[in-house]
Design a binder for this molecule. Structure first.
Ligand code: ZN
Length: 272
């Protein structure tokens, strides 16, 4: 009896201890910064954008800050206030250097690497929609204890510099999970679908806003099972793995964003 009680307490502790994403003070990583408790509602910004503020196991407030992939090593800070007061507060942190590897990829559909003139308008329109989705905001504190969105092999491919058909392109802003076409993709946490479409590079793509700027994105889907404005529940099927857009084969491209920047999704799923 006591033993099972202890065990369930341990399990409970283990479950709640993994709720925050893993901190990683590198470009493309996440800063998890403790804030002052009992000072009123904290509101902080990083480089002008509001940051996610949630609570740790002891119910103390923490800021969870996305660090852009192109951030240079050095000292940075978030700035804000408590309880709407005028007094400004800064929290400093240091970002270390991280070298990401380079990957060479051959894409058969050359138009996906060197778009035609008529593709450019579409790409620019889609870029605006993507930026809007990535910068979503509401004041609902999100569940940061993510499920892995698809059963498959997770790769450490976030941040890789990529050379498509011999041409250097933008580094990889998400994680690729190898899975067969048709495998269900699950919402990692509750949220609202803020974007859904068939885009030139991303193929069938869905963006979910989980609250306070925490956004997740699912690309190259074979099928989209939700639409813009839908409220999704943690574990709900939102689509199926596919090979649409710029791909070499079926897989899920998964991105996770904080304060408008894409960070390493593995920090949300492999925790200490
Ligand atoms: Zn990818």
């Amino acid at each position: 009896m006591i033993r099972s009680l202890l065990l369930s307490l341990l399990l409970l502790f283990a479950a709640s201890a993994s709720a925050l994403p893993k901190a990683s003070l590198v470009s493309g990583g996440i800063a998890v910064l403790p804030l002052e408790p009992d000072q009123g509602k904290p509101e902080f910004r990083f480089r002008g954008k509001p940051v996610l503020i949630t609570h740790d196991d002891n119910d103390k407030p923490v800021a969870v800050v996305g660090l852009p992939l192109n951030l240079k090593p050095g000292e940075y800070h978030i700035e804000g206030s408590y309880g709407g007061r005028k007094q400004r507060v800064k929290k400093f942190f240091t970002v270390r250097d991280k070298q990401y590897t380079t990957q060479r990829i051959t894409i058969k559909d050359k138009r996906k690497v060197n778009p035609l003139k008529q593709d450019i308008d579409r790409i620019l329109r889609e870029k605006k929609r993507k930026q809007k989705a990535a910068n979503s905001w509401n004041d609902e504190e999100p569940d940061t204890d993510f499920l892995v969105p698809v059963k498959g092999i997770m790769t450490g491919s976030y941040g890789r510099r990529r050379i498509f058909n011999g041409q250097p392109k933008r580094p990889h802003s998400g994680m690729d999970i190898a899975a067969d076409k048709g495998v269900p993709v699950l919402a990692p946490a509750d949220g609202v679908v803020v974007e859904s479409g068939d885009f030139f590079f991303s193929g069938n793509v869905i963006y979910i806003h989980h609250g306070e700027g925490l956004v997740s994105m699912y690309a190259h889907l074979d099928e989209r099972d939700v639409k813009i404005g839908d409220h999704v529940k943690k574990g709900q099927v939102i689509g199926k793995v596919g090979a649409t857009g710029r791909v070499t084969g079926p897989h899920l491209h998964w991105s996770v964003g904080l304060n408008g920047t894409w960070v390493d999704p593995s920090l949300f799923v492999d925790k200490p």
